[in-house]
Design a protein around this ligand. Structure first.
Ligand code: GLC
Length: 597
């Protein structure tokens, strides 16, 4: 009898053909033929190097591929230095994460970043080293052991679109090595002009344009973000090989989820807007197939901050050759933005539309939902959704942005990002400050702010996604205005909402209120058994969003007025455990979590 195949052989037989086919789609059949032995070598090496506890996790999760689509899955995201000081310091605070029920931890700025400004750690100088002041890879392995024991999966950023300009590849390219020059895009002035006419700008105020002239490169390097972030040339298969290898090595260090940073921008085709190109999806599919073979316990998460309609394909699609999976998790950025629009205009119309556009998640996949993160609230992603509701979506969004930046009667304390406020771009501020806690001067105003915070947390939780809390939001941390006086950070407005964790603040009444509300919402979701794609129901009230969660009905009142809604007879309030009238009233900014009797 032939020996039974090893898990690696079994997976290679099952998923290798998909990987091979995708490589051919990207680089052509002839090159795929030549590349395949190198691809299969590097995946076999990393499969053989997979540590036993991770290999065991692979088997468990293969048997239960939707393991993370669960009402229990709430997460946390924060900076290593600002949360724990060092990697070992993060390990010392795992108890805080456990108390929040966290099952997933996204650590920002862990890998070795560029010297000097690094876009908050997103200009990576070495993917396989830890930022030296924070610790070593051995510390990361120890941290992942501690996290695994607590059933918390570590997520790390894989910045695929660009390296830092001091990454070894960039240094070699600059010194004239043709192999590495081909890792980047170098254009002539004329080509830049042709390309720019089709491109938008991510940082129009602090990093205008998409190209940077680099004399040693003898041309313009493609730099979508900051000039020191050099976009990688994915049309060169060497980039793909290097990144597959990097990803698998990190997975073998114990990383259980990769946040695929800025993946919409990966594939460049001059003459297009270079976002969401078909081959960008093929690259993600390649990474997924490699993980399916070597490290199937590992999740891929798409960070595609693009208009709503372009986002679901990052879960994967069937293009005639069977379903080709991409990411297990995808940020529901539009729902986050819609929550802030709803607060500003006291209308549930936009989140209702986004929830209805967010259904249909494939099996073994889920949205990642959130109220705030380390980035700005980028308003433009929902422009088209609003166009279906309003003839002048630009003005309507600008009004929401201005409100969130504190204009007029607003309770919010926020700042425009990459704009002087006259054009629509983004808004910065912490959850608490944008919800009114910073401007509140009395208990009544503070109470309203707490309600708005709970409302946005409820939107993330009751909509069924992997709901992630951004560091400090559980403690109601306010904006960090000190960034303006710090020469290293003053040019980058997003530092407004990246205050260092204030451990003492966890003991304040404000933090107890916010974490208490968060825990009640999470417990309610677990009791309701709600997870997966969000579902909206009609509440009959324009300011009240209805979300089905398991068999429960959750009503979010986005207005400053009481709202009456209808329920069948005999329903109960799940949070307060009391019977409800058939026509209950929801107080201003409150939510009602109703369960059947
Ligand atoms: C992602 C990150 C953001 C960063 C950008 C460029 O959008 O979330 O912080 O500036 O990518 O890497």
């Amino acid at each position: 009898m032939p020996p039974s195949p090893s898990p690696h052989e079994r997976r290679l037989a099952a998923f290798g053909p998909r990987l091979r086919r995708l490589i051919a789609r990207l680089y052509g059949e002839a090159r795929a033929e030549a590349l395949w032995p190198r691809v299969s070598d590097l995946i076999s090496i990393q499969a053989a190097a997979r540590p036993a506890p991770l290999a065991a996790l692979d088997l468990l999760r293969e048997a239960d591929p939707a393991w993370f689509v669960s009402p229990e899955m709430v997460g946390y995201s924060g900076y290593v230095d600002r949360f724990g000081g060092t990697v070992a310091g993060v390990a010392a605070h795992v108890d805080h994460l456990e108390a929040l029920g966290v099952r997933y931890l996204h650590l920002l700025a862990l890998l070795k970043a560029r010297a000097g400004d690094s876009d908050g750690g997103f200009a990576i100088a070495d993917y396989l080293s830890v930022e030296p002041r924070l610790g070593t890879m051995a510390d990361v392995e120890r941290l992942t052991e501690r996290l695994r024991a607590a059933r918390i999966s570590l997520c790390v950023d894989l910045a695929l679109n660009h390296t830092a300009d001091d990454h070894e590849w960039a240094r070699r390219a600059r010194s004239g090595d043709p192999r590495y020059r081909d890792f980047y895009h170098v254009l002539t002035g004329e080509q830049v002009q042709a390309a720019e006419t089709h491109l938008a700008q991510v940082f129009p105020a602090t990093a205008p344009g998409n190209f940077t002239y680099v004399p040693e490169m003898g041309g313009w390097v493609w730099t979508t973000f900051y000039p020191f972030q050099w976009d990688l040339n994915w049309a060169n298969p060497e980039v793909m090989l290097a990144m597959i290898d990097t990803m698998l090595r990190l997975a073998n260090h114990g990383v259980e989820a990769f946040r695929l940073d800025s993946i919409a921008f990966l594939w460049k085709e001059v003459g297009t807007d270079c976002r969401n190109r078909p081959h960008a999806h093929d690259v993600v599919r390649v990474l997924r197939a490699a993980l399916d073979i070597v490290a199937p316990a590992t999740l891929l998460k798409a960070e595609a901050i693009v208009p709503t309609a372009f986002v679901p394909p990052y879960f994967g699609v069937d293009e005639g050759e069977g379903f080709e999976p991409e990411c297990h998790l995808v940020y529901n950025n539009s729902l986050m933005v819609a929550g802030w629009v709803a607060l500003a205009e006291q209308s549930a119309a936009l989140p209702d539309a986004i929830v209805r556009a967010s259904g249909g998640v494939p099996r073994g996949a889920n949205w990642l939902s959130y109220a705030r993160c380390h980035d700005d609230i980028g308003w433009g992603t929902v422009l088209r959704d609003l166009a279906a509701i309003d003839a002048d979506p630009q003005s309507r969004l600008r009004a929401a942005a201005r409100f969130t930046e504190g204009a007029g009667e607003s309770w919010a304390t926020g700042e425009p990002f990459q704009s002087d406020g006259s054009v629509l771009h983004g808004t910065n501020g912490t959850l608490a400050s944008l919800a009114g806690l910073e401007s509140a001067t009395d208990d009544a105003a503070r109470e309203m702010a707490f309600r708005r915070i709970a409302l946005l947390n409820a939107l993330a939780i009751a909509s069924g996604g992997l709901a992630v809390t951004y560091m400090g939001d559980e403690a109601g941390l306010l904006n960090d205005h000190a960034y303006r006086a710090d020469p290293d950070r003053m040019h980058e407005g997003r530092w407004l909402h990246r205050p260092a964790m204030d451990w003492a603040a966890l003991d304040t009444p404000a933090a107890r209120r916010i974490t208490g509300d968060l825990a009640r919402l999470r417990d309610a979701r677990i009791a309701a058994g709600g997870a997966g794609a969000p579902a909206a129901f009609d509440t009959g009230h324009p300011a009240v969003l209805g979300l089905s969660c398991g068999g429960d009905r959750v009503f979010l009142n986005f207005s400053g007025e009481p709202a009456e809604v209808d329920l069948p007879d005999g329903w109960h309030d799940r949070l307060d455990d009391r019977p409800l009238d058939a026509r209950p009233t929801i107080a201003p900014w409150r939510l009602l979590w109703a369960r059947p009797a």
